[in-house]
Ligand binder design. Structure first.
Ligand code: FES
Ligand SMILES: [Fe+2]
Length: 389
């Protein structure tokens, strides 16, 4: 994080801890249930997911030339490759013959043979040939490659825009967060998988809500996360809307530390170890600092309005755990355990949002991160139904 940003956040963290009072929204928010259930709203959100850069994989998941990986994103099968020269690519994983998915899983290969009739493609998506090729004389094979999507490798992720022929500009998308995300050093980290595309029976915004507040942590994750034992209240946090994105930060020190930190010259402050931040990058990316690494997850709408698809993992700057800490594999396993604790509760929310007779959910003043999330999505899709009380 840039020094000035870190120092400014430290000052806010100190104020919160000193006052034992979080940064609050101006009013409570009421979110009409239609916002989670409406087909028409889901269509408008889909537009955002299809036209925004999505960080579909960590660069380390394709670390070597000819590495490949297939994942689904917003209902599509996407093939990600690193070609023999090290350049990353993304393709719609649909064969140009009759539409089968030519590639499954992940691995290292110079070419891919479609399982249906063995049309073969290279790592740049070019059609190399097919059995009985002389029967297909006259076809322009150069026009029958896999459909490539715009992609960009930046800050340790491979970002993709899912709609063909759309431009990509990740720096413009991140806006004022571009340098902050760069400073996390994800390009030097290794991905450890926790969950591979888990379907959850709750609208994607309902799941995202649960990632932007800590209020549930003592009840749902008792004993799983190392909570700040000195923070008297779980909601002591600060929040910012940064363009379409949200930063949610927590002091990692207690009230007893405030006087000592204030007595130390600012030049000696260490924001990196004194604050923990969570970033929601619109529309579905989540990065969260946790001990020596980062949670890296994405949430996308599922096959209907009451389903989300969650991919979740842990990025580690080292293969060995620092002294006294859990290994990267254990951190990833713990992240998966946390989701398994959240999931049953989230799914009750899913049923509540579908069948509830109440007309809205209530997002308190101390859930400002959730409010900023809804305000961002509402702004992007032109929804005017959010109310305040
Ligand atoms: S569908 Fe792929 S080769 Fe026929
Ligand atoms: Fe949780």
């Amino acid at each position: 994080m840039q020094r000035e940003v870190g120092i400014a956040l430290m000052k806010r963290a100190l104020a919160i801890m000193e006052d034992q009072w979080p940064e609050m929204a101006n009013a409570h928010m009421q979110v009409p249930l239609e916002y989670y259930n409406s087909q028409e709203i889901a269509e408008r959100e889909r537009e955002i997911f299809e036209t925004s850069p999505l960080a579909l994989v960590a660069a380390s998941e394709l670390s070597k030339p000819n590495d490949y990986l297939v994942r689904t994103a917003v209902g599509r099968s996407i093939l990600l490759t690193r070609d023999s020269e090290g350049e990353a690519h993304a393709f719609l994983n649909y064969c140009r013959h009759r539409g089968a998915e030519p590639v499954q899983g992940c691995g290292n290969a110079r070419s891919f043979s479609c399982p249906y009739h063995a049309w073969t493609y290279d790592t740049r998506g070019r059609l190399m040939g097919m059995p009985l090729g002389d029967r297909y004389e006259g076809l322009d094979r150069s026009a029958l490659g896999l459909v490539e999507l715009s992609s960009e490798e930046r800050h340790g992720f491979i970002w993709v825009v899912l709609r063909p022929d759309s431009p990509i500009d990740v720096a413009a998308h991140l806006g004022d967060l571009d340098t902050e995300i760069a400073s996390l050093g994800c390009d030097r980290m290794t991905y450890y998988n926790s969950l591979q595309e888990e379907p959850l029976a709750l609208n994607w915004k309902g799941v995202t809500e649960g990632l932007l507040e800590g209020l549930h942590v003592p009840y749902v994750h008792a004993g799983t996360f190392a909570l700040n034992p000195q923070a008297a209240a779980i909601d002591l946090a600060f929040y910012d809307a940064i363009g379409a994105h949200v930063r949610y930060g927590l002091p990692m020190f207690g009230p007893d530390d405030v006087a000592r930190i204030r007595a130390t010259p600012e030049t000696q402050w260490d924001p990196a170890s004194s604050i923990g931040c969570v970033w929601w990058i619109s529309p579905g990316l989540l990065l969260a600092q946790e001990l020596y690494g980062l949670i890296y997850a994405d949430l996308t709408p599922g096959s209907n309005v009451s389903e989300a698809v969650f991919r979740y993992g842990w990025l580690s700057p080292t293969t060995e755990a620092p002294e006294g800490m859990a290994s990267p594999e254990e951190m990833a396993a713990r992240a998966a355990q946390a989701v398994s604790q959240d999931q049953p509760v989230w799914e009750t929310c899913g049923r509540g949002l579908t069948h509830g007779a109440h007309d809205s959910t209530l997002i308190g003043r101390n859930e400002k991160g959730v409010q900023l999330l809804h305000e961002s999505v509402a702004r992007q899709i032109g929804y005017e139904g959010l109310r305040y009380c």
